[in-house]
Design a protein around this ligand. Structure first.
Ligand SMILES: C[S@@+](CC[C@H](N)C(=O)[O-])C[C@H]1O[C@@H](n2cnc3c(N)ncnc32)[C@H](O)[C@@H]1O
Length: 255
């Protein structure tokens, strides 16, 4: 791969494993993966409500941008026949250790999600959570996800919402968002996300990811955020603030 932008993206993610800062156990140990899983599913409480990780038994599932394989392990534990790819070698090394620690099987490979080496219609499900927004050519990745999905198959995808509570809050409190220094980070409106997914037949978008208490920040700002903002925000009926969710979850199908 010679594209300098993709090389910069690979290099960045080799150095910035998602959520690594929360881990206290040795990197790559069973305890380390358990910590990442616990932290992720505490922060993303909505995820198991929207995605039935045990609902794909026997289905061929591909995750693009699988990172350390935290979600993929859940799919594999639920009986899916899983393949995970990531541009970053460090991600795949960790994902392999994660599968080994959990005594699970998965086909894990370093691969560019914009140029998948799989046959057309190879998978029943494709999953990419927090990946399209970080790649060089998101429309190309969307076309590849569509190409390898079988007719009638399901794509489950997440990008960040441009018009969200988290964007607004980070500006007001002058707190940076994680991975803002990545070589590519694009946020989408719901309309732009639908446009990105135009190869798909049906597209359902659900804004999610509302405030939960931060474990990463400390001091006065963190207290104000945790004790004030999070509590007050969550008093507002979800139906009112729904369009402002930070994660735009898409459920799309192929003809
Ligand atoms: C924010 S992390 C998300 C990891 C994981 N999906 C999660 O939710 O924890 C973004 C991941 O996308 C991967 N990525 C970015 N561009 C990619 C591409 N073109 N092909 C494959 N993986 C890519 C990065 O290497 C990184 O592991």
């Amino acid at each position: 791969m010679t594209d300098p932008l993709l090389e910069a993206i690979r290099s960045y993610w080799n150095d910035h494993i998602h959520d690594l800062e929360v881990a206290t156990q040795p990197v790559g140990s069973a305890g380390f993966f358990a910590e990442l899983d616990e932290y992720r599913f505490d922060k993303l409480r909505y995820l198991p409500n929207l995605v039935d990780f045990s609902g794909y038994r026997g289905k061929k599932l591909l995750e693009v941008g699988c990172g350390a394989g935290i979600d993929l392990v859940r799919f594999a534990r639920g009986g899916a026949v899983v393949t995970g790819v990531d541009l970053a070698e460090v991600s795949i090394e960790l994902a392999r250790k994660n599968f080994a620690a959990n005594n699970l099987r998965g086909d894990l490979r370093v691969m560019n999600g914009e140029a998948l080496t799989f046959e057309e219609s190879d998978f029943d499900v494709v999953y990419a959570h927090g990946v399209l927004q970080y790649t060089a050519n998101a429309p190309q990745m969307a076309r590849e996800l569509h190409r390898v999905l079988c007719p009638g198959g399901e794509a489950i995808l997440m990008v960040y919402n441009k018009i969200s509570w988290l964007n607004a809050m980070s500006r007001v409190m002058n707190v940076g968002l994680e991975h803002e220094d990545a070589p590519v980070l694009k946020k989408y409106s719901i309309g732009e996300f639908k446009e990105l997914l135009s190869p798909f037949k049906t597209i359902r978008i659900i804004p999610e990811r509302f405030p939960v208490e931060s474990r990463l920040h400390h001091g006065l700002k963190a207290t104000l955020y945790n004790q004030g903002f999070v509590r007050l925000f969550n008093l507002i009926p979800r139906a009112v603030v729904r369009p402002l969710g930070w994660h735009l979850m898409a459920f799309a199908t192929k003809l």
